[in-house]
Ligand binder design. Sequence first.
Ligand SMILES: [Zn+2]
Length: 71
Amino acid sequence: MADSLKDSWKETGKGLGQAFKGLGKTVIKSAEKGVDKAVEWADREDKITCSSCSTVNPPGSKFCSGCGKAL
Ligand SMILES: [Zn+2]
């Protein structure tokens, strides 16, 4: 009885661990994508630097991603 309870907790822990692993992978993947995107336009000359807060925005941006000011 006690052993089966232990086993079921073990399974629960395994499931949770797997879920967190998956979540972590998703977060890392989306962060990697974000970095890739940033690198994509970081070297472009038509990137837009905000005149009010100096945040560098991707080319074609209408509003500053840092302060929301129209660019
Ligand atoms: Zn700004």
